[in-house]
Design a protein around this ligand. Structure first.
Ligand code: ADP
Length: 405
């Protein structure tokens, strides 16, 4: 039997998420997570999809190497070991690929060096991604390892969208520009939206709203990204679970000069203690809706600020695209929170946008339209699947074809 399995690894600073997929049909064979790596109470949760019965384990896992070995042992118990000849490749999520990586890339020493060179623009993510790659290489040195970059889909943005209006020399010296993130999701969802409409992605303009704990919007013209809301880092753009999104940059000078705060304190404030959690103390949309239903004014204001920003981006990307065929909601909030979808589109009838409240209330795991049949622009819920996209791109690259057959 030819090799048809791909292991997808998403390595964070203290966690590894993984999925093993069978690329003959894109099905999952196993999924799991190791968290709190380096602590006494590391936790491994492994679920083989053959039985669906999870196994959990808590104890010290000292580093990524130990984590991947533990994962490998769990997979072996299910007959899915990493030493199997059926494993075709390992696909790694890499957060920052800068301008260099516009496509998924087979990892060699030069690729590792370039990911390392990008650490100054992704200080939290790229070191963890590198550790994951090196560990996997040590475990299976003979196997192709592929990097799939969060930024790659956005490298098609024109300079007019990607550049900040700051001194060009300074910007270039420090590689300051808008890179965008969540690209794997935006790529997958924009394509899946075209499929839902029964059209070729090349003929469809889509506004993708990836609303998870992190959140970003993108304008996709004929399958190519022409603008996205995250920038040099994931801090720019929409109001998120814990990030502020757009803000006058002078707030930072003010906090330093008048508030006496340090760079690190402001970084933590804007990335971890702002957004929904900063506005109302909760970053889970379910909890926020529950509080609103109980008449909580603070939660209501947080929701309104979140929606106001979202609506501004829909309007902005409508203008950027000129013609919009679909608006697609995805990720935890986008897929589940019908009040967010309804409020984001409310009042935009003149733009051809509307939501049918009955369709919007339907709960389902599949892609679906929620706009009335008569609407000029389709509004859709399209569940994202970043792991499948990473596996598909990885498998296509190692098999020399771009299509999953
Ligand atoms: P990330 O990958 O960025 O961590 P997800 O895409 O998993 O985030 O989204 C997580 C968020 O989705 C949660 O913080 C919560 O706000 C929201 N969410 C998840 N399920 C629901 C639901 N049933 N209703 C409303 N919001 C939900």
């Amino acid at each position: 039997m030819s090799s048809s399995r791909v292991l997808v690894l998403n390595s964070g600073s203290s966690s590894v998420k993984y999925q093993l997929l069978d690329m003959r049909d894109g099905s999952r064979l196993a999924v799991g997570l190791v968290e709190r790596i380096g602590e006494e109470t590391s936790r491994l949760k492994h679920t083989p999809l053959t039985t669906g019965e999870s196994r959990e384990w808590t104890g010290p896992i000292s580093d990524h190497e130990a984590a991947l070995k533990a994962v490998s042992e769990e997979l072996t118990r299910d007959g899915l070991g990493l030493d199997s000849p059926e494993l075709a490749a390992i696909g790694h999520r890499v957060v920052h690929g800068g301008l260099h990586f516009t496509e998924p890339t087979v990892i060699d020493d030069a690729v590792l060096a370039e990911i390392e060179r990008l650490i100054p623009v992704a200080p939290l993510h790229n070191p963890a991604n590198l550790t994951g790659i090196r560990t996997a290489q040590a475990l299976r040195p003979d196997l192709p390892q592929v990097a799939v970059f969060d930024t790659a889909f956005h490298t098609t943005m024109p300079e007019s969208a990607a550049r900040y209006a700051i001194d060009v020399k300074t910007a270039d010296e420090h590689r300051i520009r808008r890179y965008g993130f969540h690209g794997t999701s935006h790529a997958y969802v924009s394509r899946a939206t075209a499929e839902l409409l029964g059209k070729d992605p090349a003929d469809v303009n889509v506004i993708v709203l990836h609303l998870g704990n992190g959140a970003s919007a993108s304008a996709v013209e004929g399958g190519r990204c022409v603008d996205t809301s995250m920038g040099l880092t994931p801090l720019e753009g929409l109001v998120m679970g814990t990030r502020s999104g757009d803000m006058d940059p002078a707030v930072i000078f003010h906090l330093m000069r008048v508030g006496g705060m340090s760079t690190d304190e402001i970084d933590t404030l804007l990335n971890k203690k702002s957004g929904l959690i900063g506005l109302c103390g909760d970053n889970d949309m379910r909890e926020i809706r529950r509080r609103i239903d109980e008449g909580d004014e603070q939660a209501k204001l947080a929701f309104d600020i979140y929606i106001h920003r979202l609506k501004k981006y829909i309007g902005a990307y409508y203008a950027v695209l000129g013609r919009v065929d679909a608006v697609a909601f995805t990720a935890g909030v986008g897929e589940n929170a019908s009040p967010v979808r309804e409020a984001a589109v409310a009042g935009l009838e003149a733009l051809g946008l509307a939501v049918d409240s009955e369709l919007n209330a339907v709960r389902s795991d599949g892609p679906r339209l929620i706009s009335p049949e008569s609407a000029r622009v389709a509004v859709a819920v399209v569940p994202t699947d970043e792991e499948l996209e990473i596996a598909t791109q990885t498998y296509a690259l190692v098999n020399g074809s771009r299509n999953l057959t």
